[in-house]
Design a protein around this ligand. Structure first.
Ligand code: EPS
Length: 379
């Protein structure tokens, strides 16, 4: 399956084309809408989310609620385009407005500076419009389609926020308990940690600062043997890490025990193997995060992603004006203070994309009947 996304943050629309979906996958747009609404919410989101009411439309590939097997095109129109059309239009733009919206006080931590140099631009807006995390809206919409493909096989994805700017949720949770995360402000499960995290974000806002965090994503129901140790490109953990790292602002990814594996010895980290008639082969622990040798081992997949604090600070950092080369304070457009709640939804979508891809590679199938039949025959 191949996913292509397109669209600028303040342009007309965001678009996704998904190739390779089998025929007869039922598409529930309302469910996709729920994820889109969640992505827009959460404690610490900025003013832009009051403008947008993200709603995905299907332009191609679906008839009467089911895929046809042809490429599926999804689209989200940007409401804010109305306010930006004079300088974001594909036709001639208003020079005065373009100048007013020009960004040259490049932001540390953002794509601005490297982007203007690489693409020979004078205006970092030509970079930031695409670098913007607005793109994640359409990835969540596409992720909704992938989740529906996976859920017909009994594969479910959940997650929660583990950390915000040093405030940790240290609890251990079952997959069933993860649902609650979608109902809290920050996305944590422990009430005390949630309260402290909200306070921490409020403090960052007051100080003109931003806050990063860590999310944990879990996958239940993926049978063993997806991904392969045969080639580096097929390794499931490598592909999931690439997917997660492709999300704007992600700087670290862990699988299972993650970085802790480098701080311990073998006897304390590997998941010992048992066998019983009723359970077959099993492991009491899951420090591998459900992946051994680049393949799913039938356990829960456990992943974590770390998001850096958003680089647009209301109290701008020190920088240099790209055109004048003079010392400057970085541009401070309206911005989110913390988008960690959104990251949890986005990361679920991206994990769904990677898994749908990996599953369809192994199972093939022109129709959902073929896919479900083949999956059910696997051990
Ligand atoms: C973003 C800047 C802000 C965020 C945006 C990502 O947008 P604006 O410049 O329009 O205020 O709100 O995220 C979204 C619009 C979104 O839907 O997630 C950036 O520079 O990355």
């Amino acid at each position: 399956m191949r996913l292509t996304t397109a669209g600028e943050s303040h342009g007309k629309a965001l678009v996704a084309i998904i190739e390779g979906l089998p025929a007869h996958l039922k598409i529930d747009l309302e469910k996709i809408g729920e994820d889109l609404a969640l992505r827009q919410s959460g404690f610490g989101r900025g003013a832009r989310q009051k403008i947008e009411r993200d709603r995905a439309e299907i332009l191609t590939g679906v008839r009467n609620g089911e895929t046809l097997g042809s490429p599926v095109t999804l689209c989200i129109f940007n409401k804010d385009f109305e306010n930006w059309s004079s300088c974001m239009s594909d036709g001639a733009c208003d020079e005065a407005v373009m100048l007013k919206k020009r960004l040259t006080k490049v932001r540390p931590g953002h794509a601005d500076l490297t982007g203007v140099i690489k693409f020979e631009q004078e205006d970092a807006r030509n970079i930031l419009e695409r670098a913007s995390a607005r793109e994640t809206a359409i990835r969540v919409a596409a992720g909704g389609v992938y989740k529906q493909y996976l859920s017909t096989l009994g594969i479910e994805i959940g997650g929660y926020v583990k950390e915000v700017c040093g405030v940790k949720d240290t609890g251990e949770y079952t997959f069933g308990e993860l649902k609650k995360a979608k109902t809290t402000g920050v996305g944590m499960l422990d009430d005390e940690a949630e309260k402290l995290a909200e306070e921490r974000i409020a403090r960052a806002k007051k100080e003109g600062d931003t806050a990063g965090g860590i999310v944990e994503i879990r996958v239940k129901g993926l049978k063993s043997g997806f991904g392969s140790m045969m080639t580096y490109a097929e390794k499931l953990d490598a592909r999931l890490a690439q997917g997660l790292m492709s999300i704007q602002a992600i700087k670290g990814v862990e699988v299972g025990a993650g970085f802790a594996v480098g701080k311990t010895s073998g006897k304390d980290i590997h998941d010992e193997i048992s066998y019983s008639e009723e359970r077959g082969f099993y492991r009491e622990t899951n420090r591998s995060g459900g992946i051994e040798g680049g393949m799913s081992n039938g356990g829960e997949i456990v992943l974590r992603a770390a998001m850096k604090p958003i680089p647009t600070l209301m109290k701008g950092l020190n920088t240099v004006d790209y055109l004048t080369k003079e010392r400057a304070t970085a541009a401070s457009e309206r911005s989110d203070v913390c988008a960690i709640f959104a990251l949890e939804i986005i990361a679920e979508a991206v994990v769904a994309q990677v898994l749908a891809d990996v599953v369809s590679e192994r199972l093939g199938g022109d129709t959902m009947r073929e896919v479900t039949e083949r999956y059910s025959r696997l051990p």
